[in-house]
Design a protein around this ligand. Structure first.
Ligand SMILES: *Cc1c(COP(=O)(O)O)cnc(C)c1O
Length: 435
């Protein structure tokens, strides 16, 4: 992946003036505290339950717990389920919940009403929309994906194409416009790309790529797992055909919380997905032997919603309802600018995330030869990031609950870990199942 030079366009103005901050002593913790005092999003910190001490920079992998979630889940368990029992399917609106939550996610991904539902997982939803896309392009049999994508997307593309005679999944060596052009021939039915790369944090140009793919007669499927809740996403305005995303990262829906999918309204009449379960049926409670898809986005549902997970997601979306995504984006860029400036001079560190704002999501990836034990040593010091093989340390910046002073602290701890060499210790070099 090519990482461009520092971009000095005027709209890339850094929060601390026109020059990079330079070495750590160039910016003080007090300056960061002043930024926190003026931060319009600072109040959101109180909406989350987080440890008193430490810095959580892994909200791009598992978002923090909203304060109201436990209460909301308890209500659903004790009242809706425990007391009202099966009546809640109607009385508590359980049946409509996938639509209602989808409608609440829609503004976060730039979708007009009726195009988003919450259901299943990202992988399962990708299976459904990709299969639907192939059916919408009969005669075309190639699915293009990014060879560096989050692997589940590639595995699902393999799985779907293996079921369709003659279909094949092709991995792009890069996502540049020329590379795409080389592969976008008359056989390409669909292209699946991540809006933000899970490893490097690179943000793709959704509008330009969607236009290029559609001009070639193919359908564009976006995976917005690493952009929803991190920056404004504009699926409708960009002309996307389909999208999938998860809710346990920036949206804070909770571990394994249900995912969502988007189908542009223009496809909803003709699109058919193969996981044709009863929840996508036009009359689920008629119990007819033959499948007949319902109208609209509902035909992409399969099964009974996981209502406890959906309850937790609902509580998380209450917080998002009050958040201005433009303010979130502005703070995200300021936090990542700050972190990059502070850690860039450190020995052995290479900043992999693009410097230009229009090419950056809300995480910073740092390459270090011994990234795994360095991250473990940081975690022991209370700075939680994660590691992605072979050598990338990832730090996610979630503007609703990460402060400027915490970014300064995290950079300071990283400097101390590297200077002390403590990461050489044996206990930091043992690997757990989840990195
Ligand atoms: C997190 C993530 C997923 C997660 O998939 P699940 O099926 O929900 O486990 C998929 N794709 C991308 C790009 C991700 O970042």
């Amino acid at each position: 992946m090519s990482i461009g030079p520092d971009d000095t366009r005027p709209d890339d103005a850094r929060p601390f003036g026109s020059r990079p901050l330079g070495s750590r002593p160039g910016i003080t913790r007090a300056q960061c505290e002043a930024l926190d005092a003026a931060d319009p999003l600072a109040g959101f910190r109180a909406d989350f339950t987080l440890p008193e001490k430490g810095v959580y920079l892994d909200g791009n992998s598992l978002g923090a717990l909203p304060v109201r979630t436990a209460e909301r889940v308890r209500e659903v368990v004790e009242e809706e389920w425990g007391r009202e029992l099966i009546r809640s399917w109607n009385d508590a609106g359980w049946f409509e919940q996938p639509y209602r939550l989808g409608g609440r996610i829609a503004p976060l991904v730039g979708a007009a009403a009726g195009q988003v539902v919450v259901c299943d997982t990202t992988s399962v939803n990708l299976f459904k929309v990709l299969a639907a896309a192939l059916r919408l392009r009969p005669g075309r049999q190639t699915v293009l994906g990014d060879g560096a994508a989050f692997p589940t997307d590639l595995y699902i593309a393999e799985g779907v194409t293996s079921l369709v005679g003659g279909a094949r999944s092709v991995l792009l060596p890069s996502t540049g416009a020329e590379e795409l052009e080389r592969h976008l021939d008359g056989d390409v039915a669909a292209v699946v790309l991540s809006h933000v790369d899970y490893r490097t944090g690179e943000l793709l140009d959704m509008a330009a790529i969607t236009a290029q793919v559609r001009a070639a007669g193919a359908l564009m499927i976006w995976d917005v797992c690493h952009s929803v809740g991190a920056l404004p996403v504009e699926l409708d305005a960009c002309g996307a055909d389909f999208a999938v995303g998860c809710t346990y990262k920036y949206l804070n829906g909770g571990p394994g919380s249900p995912a969502f999918l988007y189908v542009a309204e223009r496809h909803q009449g003709a699109a058919e997905q193969p996981l044709s379960g009863w929840f996508g049926h036009a009359r689920p409670f008629a119990f007819e032997p033959a499948y007949a898809p319902t109208d609209g986005i509902g035909r992409f549902l399969t099964s009974s919603p996981s209502l406890l997970g959906q309850a937790a997601l609902g509580a998380a979306l209450d917080v998002w309802e009050r958040a201005d995504l433009r303010a979130v984006r502005a703070k995200s860029l300021a936090l990542t600018d700050l972190f990059i400036a502070l850690v860039e001079p450190l020995d052995g560190i290479e900043v992999v995330t693009p410097r230009e704002h229009h090419r950056r999501g809300s995480q910073v990836a740092l390459r270090h030869r011994d990234g795994y034990p360095v991250v473990q040593a940081l975690i022991e010091r209370g700075v939680i990031g994660d590691f992605r093989a072979p050598d990338l340390m990832r730090f996610g910046f979630t503007p609703l609950y990460v402060s400027y002073a915490q970014v300064w602290d995290a950079a300071q701890q990283l400097a101390e870990v590297l200077e002390s060499g403590e990461w050489h210790e044996e206990r930091f070099n043992r690997r757990g199942a989840v990195t």
